[in-house]
Ligand binder design. Sequence first.
Ligand code: PEP
Ligand code: MG
Length: 619
Amino acid sequence: MSRTEEAASLDAPSTVAERRLIGLPACAGVAIGPVFRTFEQPAQITRSKIHAADTQAEAARLDAAILQSRQQLLKLRSRLSVLPEESQGEIAPLLDAYLQMLGPSRLVRGARSRIQDRLVSAETAVMEEANAVAVALLGLAAGAQSGAQSGAQSGAQSSDDPGAPQRQADEVREIGRRLVRNLTRAPFRSYSGAPQGSILVAEALRPSDAALIDPSRIAGVATEEGGTDGHTAIILRALGIPSVLGAPGLMAGTRPGNTVVVDGSAGVITLHPSAAALAGARRAVAAFARDRQRLGRLRRLPAVTLDGEKADLQANLELPVELPMVAQSGANGIGLLRSEFLFMNRDTVPSEDEQAESYRTVVETMAGDPVTIRVLDWGGEKEIEALVAAGLVPEIMDANPALGLRGIRLLLRQTELFEAQLTAILRASNAGPVRVLLPMVTNVAEVKAARVVYLRVAEAMRARGERIPHRLPPLGIMVETPGAALSADALAAEAEFFAIGTNDLCMYTLAVDRAELHVAHLYDPLHPAMLRLIQFTAEAAARHHIPVSVCGEIAANPAFTPLLLGLGLRSFSTNASAVPRVKQAVRSTTIDDCQRLTWQVMKQSDPDRTRELLEGFGR
Ligand code: PEP
Ligand code: MG
């Protein structure tokens, strides 16, 4: 049975009355289409036998997967209260049954003994035990009902319910699959069966899942989990797919094939839309297309304020498919190439040659416009299986991944990986202007250490007779932690440029996970602490005469543009589709007005008042 079909058994009874679900607006635009429930491909178990010496480590992996699965289910459970009572009544017992199976159940006990006694890997042990329990349950149903219904089954143990054993067997298999998915970090989803123009509906999408979406096939995306500033949302915006994330009740309220409307501008999903709602949505789709066309005309116009101050508008690149969109956007360079795409959805780390080829393609396509390539930013929500498979990152999750071995920390530890990437970038730099950007820097020592590796790589290439530019591409840093922002003066002495990553800066400053629904209301880039850190960084860059840009998501919001200009910033890198809107904002203002606005804003303690000032600006 596919995950799609299983998920259907979770559904509340379908209703034809129109219903609106409120989520988070992740990518603007409206889409209408049939629901396509994504399913996960069966996890690939690549290792089944283990050595006797590894049993403890394997048991620890199992424990970590149990903990992760419990956390996922508890998260789902904590959000049930927003659903209508009858849906809660159906789903809550099921989640409880799953949680019970992750406790001291036969499934868990059995999997542990299999690791110990049969020397099999944790995923093999779980799969085998889940099957054994399911078969036993079905066997019981076929024979007499007996007290042998084990602790591995759900709470619904009704001897006069003939469907119960089958349901319980399905449940134990489902929880087994969840454990195996978490153990193997099974990443690849298949969208191949999605009908043209469908709406992708999922409990959650990881960034690597989003990277596989074909925007010519999928018209819209809706998920139950996720936040608007996580990487999944960033990729969806990059692809320009109208999306609403974090909409509780979505999985229970939709069935494959149902028509839904996704309003990614308002953050609303309409289930069973009425004829009037459909007509309204069609008008919105047409209006959005007209607006895009109108903005498209700005492409060739310069990004200059009314009083003649020039801004530099570049594009962020998440996936190679975006390159044509960058060309159409009128961006004059790539301000942030997130190189993670090269490492995603594959089992092996890309070779030096493969990386060089990809970077060169981008640099050549940009035909003389600069390309800022950020070296691998692994960590946080960006899980990359190839790195796990190659043994380059710890297999067991850090207790606190966002604070763990992320970005430059990993690269300085895995220098071969770092050197290969720097070599590839230097090769590509023969094709056009390039800059190298270091992620997640928190102190000066990291920049110094990275420069040592950079110079060593360049030296080795020259020694091999490889041609590289005489003057090496500038080495700059992301300012995306409060530590980096507050030591911007010291860092400016080591880094040749700054790129302010407001997404992580906001997360770390306010201690709010950028992809976490429950705290999404606290994630506020207009918080005075954020604005002070941005201002401090911009001023430090000016004091040290180094270029500074903003490449976090706030740069893509035209309402923020006057404030950023007023803070002295002139260089922005945004998803390609935002470039025309930001250009329009630049072209509609004067620096004097922006500075007056900023002066007002910096006096505020309440971000809502700041929001009002931004919204009222220029009106
Ligand atoms: C940021 O943190 O603002 C940023 C641009 O980097 P990423 O979103 O890739 O973490
Ligand atoms: Mg970041």
